[in-house]
Design a binder for this molecule. Sequence first.
Ligand SMILES: Cc1cc2nc3c(=O)[nH]c(=O)nc-3n(C[C@H](O)[C@H](O)[C@H](O)COP(=O)(O)OP(=O)(O)OC[C@H]3O[C@@H](n4cnc5c(N)ncnc54)[C@H](O)[C@@H]3O)c2cc1C
Length: 459
Amino acid sequence: MLDKAKIEGFKAALRGQLIQQGEAGYEEACKVHNGMIHKRPLMFARCADVADVITAVNFARDNNVLVSIRGGGHNAGGLGICDGGLVIDLAPMKWVHVDPVARTIRAGGGTTWGDVDHAAHPFGLAVPAGIISTTGIGGLTLGGGLGHLTRHFGLTIDNLLGADVVLADGSFVTASADKNADLYWALRGGGGNFGVVTSFLYKAHPVSMVYGGPILYELDEATEALKWYRNFITKAPNELTGFFAFLVVPPGPPFPEHLHNKKMCGVVWSYSGAMDKAEEAFKPIRAFKKPALDFGGPLPYPVLQSLFDALLPPGLQWYWRADFMNELSDAAVAEHVKWGSAMPTGLSTMHLYPIDGAASRVGKTDTPWYYRDAKWAQIIAGIDPDPANKDKIVKWAQAYWDALHPHSAGGAYVNFMMEEGEDRVKATYKDNYARLAQIKKKYDPNNLFRVNQNIKPAA
Ligand SMILES: Cc1cc2nc3c(=O)[nH]c(=O)nc-3n(C[C@H](O)[C@H](O)[C@H](O)COP(=O)(O)OP(=O)(O)OC[C@H]3O[C@@H](n4cnc5c(N)ncnc54)[C@H](O)[C@@H]3O)c2cc1C
């Protein structure tokens, strides 16, 4: 049992705020991006600095309190928060330092991708990240990180040069290719299993303007579009990335009125090569067929990165299911068209993110991300603002996933999984699981950090 004096001592030792059940700010703190998650932690330590993180880890461990680590709060399974435990909330640790000469970027554990893009863009630099700027760098990086620059520059983990970490025993270490190399390996895909990352060091790339945006087709052209896409993207130059989507056109500008609320399919493109070559790169896309909507054009990288933010504010209901795909057979295409046409709500969607190109040039055991030869990470996301539609979006996503799963490579991107159990985690890390379990045993032998896609310490 936690006595009052211990909690008071903990509170006094923090530079940041401690928020307990019943106190002002508690209900707000419980909210994560997914409005379907309703966990009730005992308290939140809003850590102001590394010292606070060390204090919080020591407090949780010494008092046998369940602990979760919260970066950006975007995890769909709500794994940044926990029932009846302590949330180590890194949100106040939001800062970015750009080194334009070395082309590196260091950012605090609670930073979001929008913060990184904002700081990097004036220097003409970017780090490969996800496609929504409000996502935390913490969870996204530690799980892998895929988005508009994946085919050109690899996953986010392929651009992670090092990390500062508070371990389960309260010690502070740096992990990089030459310091604690085993930990550095594990952090590049092994999630929040190994400690609290207080800062990340990334390699940045010269990306300033990109050429891209959504190009959409009618739903009755979906079979043709998906078959064309599967052949085109896997042979396209690496500077070009495009994720295929089934979606409902939002009912507002800049979309033309005649398309509002219409179910459609298409690709959200991004070309990050030389701008004077962009139109050329888009020629085969435009030659495929005349789209119903073509928003492809030049735009600053941070604009592309935040293009969909307004559609996905915090608090929506989210239920998603994922798989890796090696190929898209005609039979899989037929299932996609069937279930993509049956999207239950205006925000529900299916995305196929290409993970070939630069991401596939890293070896299967070079990082924990085993599925380096998969062609796509597929995500089926049931989304809606109304909790009354929960069953509808869950049933659709499950049925869609059931239909496609037999066509999958097995396993799934950990950041696109909800709480799906140990077998699924093992299927995802495959041959890398045993090595991760050994490293977990070394750095977190008692599994203090277990609110995540958990890797159990080796026996
Ligand atoms: C709207 C939306 C869009 C998304 N788009 C993409 C995308 O384009 N590409 C992509 O790859 N993923 C995407 N994701 C998935 C995203 O990568 C995961 O949801 C990820 O877990 C979010 O990280 P977070 O820090 O915001 O989450 P949180 O909920 O705060 O944390 C999730 C988990 O990450 C771990 N963690 C977080 N920060 C730290 C830290 N500093 N140290 C140690 N452990 C930490 C913890 O174990 C925690 O359980 C998206 C998610 C959403 C909701």
